[in-house]
Unconditional design. Structure first.
Length: 632
């Protein structure tokens, strides 16, 4: 193998990758405008592109990353690509004859079905590592060995033909709802995010946040919160958000005196919140809308108040840390001018408002996302600096295609697991077992589902953790009388929060690398900052007003008491209100915060009385100390 051969192979691969990425983008943009194909065409073609790009851009082993890739492994990749095309296009081209023969599998169908499952597992391993592969493999093993398990966890025997037919030839397994959503709604919105990034919107968000909040006490931390909230709505990935905005915000936070682990934690928690902030949210929100059979805009409406409370609580805790540490903001000279920022980049906000408007008008999420992509291109031409020429458009298309791979493969693996759960009857059995274990107690069932969601989220993407938990735990909560949308949001929140929860707090660890802090210390700091978010899902389950269900007066009251409750909880967690707090006062404020966020007249009165009493006591003590100092 000569250096010339290696270079030629790499060049050819790069060209094919570019063509495949652009073809994937063109296919999805076409179907977004003119309508998706049959499920057994749209989904296999989508998965084919995802597998091709993964096989050609991710080496067979991480040890080859950044080094010369041996030709024999590259040859294997090309063989797998050919197999992938055969497997997926076979299904897309024969689905009509499959329907005519009543779904009966041929020998070729079974062999290709087995190849499809193995290809998905291999691509997932290359792209995301082993955790999701192991979970999927365990599900497959359960199909074949579950009949050997005694008692309620077992099931009737299933053979290879039944398993492969169900997974490959129906829309209940590998090509189920998760992959269908990835192949339609999610891809278009990922493309929207790619266009926003390439047009310079990310840089604008950073300058915009600096201009409006950088001069406040502890300004860079507040800039991190605001910019990450904006950027997170378009990136859909907490880790990507940390890397994108954290490289600017974390050094600024450290510069004015924030502890390194606190700076990293602020960025991690801020970035994670982007996944629950409308109008785009994370990929799981689109899957949620499809699984519930509701318009995507309805999910956005339900998520808006909890998301605002999340960022309100985080901003307040950041402010308290600045007060406690006596930190300053940045000087006006260090900050961009607000008028200049808006003049040069304010037009980049228009696509987001356009997206909200057309979603509100009732257009489908896929059509809205497509037109929003077009709006980014049109709006970029308002200023020469942001203008998207054909090179930038191609870069945005390829960026969107590559960004979709993780979601596509996670959804494919989730489909395999869901197929197992439905084919073996495990889902129904799991619901019964959880309800029995909790004794029919709603609070205990919520805790069980929360733990399951966060454990799965430790090694999986947010969307995969959400899908796998909600397919098992969702029916448990709904059977106990919880509103279906609240039940799905409950699971989704904890799937999102798993990326800042040790020991596998990926967003916190990414931030710690930039902050040069200890990863685990940053993870625990992030957990403390996100403490209110860990409680919020319980409150919108018990108080549906927080997801905009109920009379407007009840909604306003719930929002007001929840905001005051966030102040009490934040002060208790940070140890500061009007002055530093002792442990007894902190415990009282934590109890007051829980009372205020929890619905109920008496709990609200208790929380308000405690919060006001502690505040007045501290103010009085500070004035008395100041008077004594002046008399001396």
């Amino acid at each position: 193998m000569t250096q010339k051969q290696v270079s030629r192979s790499s060049f050819l691969t790069e060209q094919v990758v570019g063509i495949a990425a652009l073809s994937m983008a063109a296919f999805h943009l076409y179907t977004a405008q003119f309508g998706v194909f049959s499920a057994m065409v749209q989904r296999p073609v989508h998965l084919m592109f995802a597998c091709l790009l993964t096989l050609l851009t991710r080496p067979v082993s991480v040890k080859y990353k950044g080094t010369a890739y041996p030709l024999h492994w590259r040859a294997l990749d090309w063989l797998l690509c050919g197999l992938c095309i055969w497997v997926m296009l076979h299904l897309a081209s024969t689905y009509k004859t499959l329907a005519m023969r009543g779904g009966e599998a041929t020998t070729a169908d079974l062999w290709l079905g087995a190849a499809a499952v193995l290809l998905v597992l291999e691509c997932t391993r290359r792209l995301m590592g082993m955790p999701l592969v192991i979970i999927t493999a365990v599900a497959v093993l359960y199909n074949f060995a579950g009949h050997l398990i005694p008692g309620a966890w077992g099931h009737a025997p299933l053979d290879a033909e039944q398993f492969l037919s169900y997974q490959y030839l129906t829309t209940e397994g590998l090509f189920g709802i998760p992959l269908g959503v990835s192949a339609s709604f999610i891809f278009v919105f990922i493309m929207f995010g790619g266009f926003l990034v390439v047009s310079g919107t990310g840089e604008f968000f950073m300058n915009f946040a600096n201009a409006i909040a950088g001069h406040f006490r502890g300004g860079p931390a507040k800039v991190a919160v605001i910019s990450s909230a904006f950027f997170g709505t378009i990136s859909g990935s907490a880790v990507a958000n940390v890397v994108s905005t954290g490289s600017f915000t974390i050094p600024l936070m450290k510069k004015i005196g924030y502890r390194p682990q606190f700076a990293g934690a602020v960025e991690a928690v801020s970035s994670t919140g982007g996944q629950i902030m409308p109008p785009v949210m994370g990929a799981g929100a689109f899957i949620m809308a499809d699984m519930l059979g509701v318009p995507y805009f309805q999910v956005c409406k339900a998520a808006i108040l909890p998301a605002c409370l999340y960022y309100f609580a985080l901003l307040y805790m950041v402010h308290l840390e600045a007060l406690r540490s006596n930190l300053r903001g940045m000087t006006r000279e260090e900050l961009p001018n607000f008028g200049k920022v808006m003049k040069e980049g304010g037009h980049l906000l228009l696509p987001a408002f356009f997206l909200i408007a057309i979603l509100t008008m009732g257009y489908s999420a896929m059509k809205s996302g497509l037109w929003a992509v077009g709006a980014v291109f049109v709006v970029s031409w308002f200023r020469k600096k942001t203008r998207m020429g054909w090179r930038k458009v191609l870069a945005a298309l390829m960026r969107g295609a590559h960004a979709s791979l993780e979601v596509a493969l996670a959804c494919a693996c989730a489909g395999i697991v869901i197929g197992t759960i439905t084919q073996t009857g495990l889902g129904l059995q799991f619901s019964t077992l959880v309800i029995e274990a909790a004794g029919g107690n709603l609070a205990l069932s919520l805790v069980f589902v929360m733990i399951a969601s966060m454990i799965l989220g430790l090694g999986l993407t947010t969307s995969a953790a959400y899908i796998l938990t909600v397919i098992m735990g969702g029916p448990v909560l709904i059977n106990l009388g919880i509103d279906p949308l609240a039940a799905h949001l409950f699971v989704f929140y904890y799937a999102c929060l798993s990326v800042v929860t040790p020991p596998e707090a990926m967003a916190a660890y990414a931030a710690s690398a930039i902050a040069e802090s200890k990863p685990l210390a940053t993870g625990w700091e992030a957990t403390r900052l996100a403490a209110i978010a860990y409680l919020a899902p319980f409150f919108f389950v018990y108080s549906p007003e927080l997801i905009l269900k109920g009379h407007w007066a009840d909604i306003l009251l719930a929002v007001f008491t929840a905001c005051v409750g966030c102040i009490a909880l934040g002060s208790g967690l940070m140890g500061y209100l009007a002055d530093r707090l002792g442990w007894s006062a902190r415990i009282l404020l934590l109890a007051a915060g829980l009372g205020l966020i929890k619905p109920g007249l008496y709990s609200d009165i208790f929380g308000a009385v405690v919060l006001v009493s502690v505040f007045l006591y501290q103010r009085g003590r500070k004035r008395m100390s100041a008077a004594v100092s002046q008399s001396k």
